[in-house]
Design a protein around this ligand. Sequence first.
Ligand code: TIU
Length: 223
Amino acid sequence: MNMIAAEPFDFPLDPACAALIIIDMQRDFLEPGGFGAALGNDVSLVQAIVPTVRALLDAARACGLTIIHTRECHRPDLSDCPSAKRDRGNPALRIGDPGPMGRILIAGEPGAEIVPELAALPGEHVIDKPGKGAFYATGLGDLLAEGGITQLIFAGVTTEVCVQTTMREANDRGFDCLLAEDATASYFPEFRRATLEMIRAQGAIVGWTAPVELIASALKPEF
Ligand code: TIU
């Protein structure tokens, strides 16, 4: 057990029972021409965290932690994409439309891949999810139960959408959740800030937050 000086109070990390879960660091959210850009967003804001996420990933790999990557994407026939999701708003490109990185948010297309700097290594888990939360309609819950995982360290995008949704799903399932403050980003910096605050408010009502440097120190391979 190693204490991390997290907010709103210390997080007792047990690497044997912990997993790193990196949410949706995909080309469709980080690169021009993808889903995030089609919604009218400035992708440079989320691209900026790639080195910090990589530092956390390197520390988790060195420590032998269970590592899970998620990808928000749909089947090519869109059978797992509710029309309410596809039709929402007025994006330049809808889910399933052909774009510069293949069909938008479709499994197997270049845009749905994780950016090369953060690509999964053999032995790491990749969960494709049709929703914003990573537990909905996936095998994530079973995977964590089989691995004896009780603590989740979160990174990825976007803070207030898929990261927060998955943290809330995990919190309701009894996991202790720690969000890496500088390894998560939003297209709206004020939403990121507000999400960090609401997660750790009311005595860690959803979970804890801490910077990557402190989490990485607690993941040193002396365990
Ligand atoms: N991964 C994720 O957060 N999906 C989104 O659609 N996020 C937005 O902020 N749009």
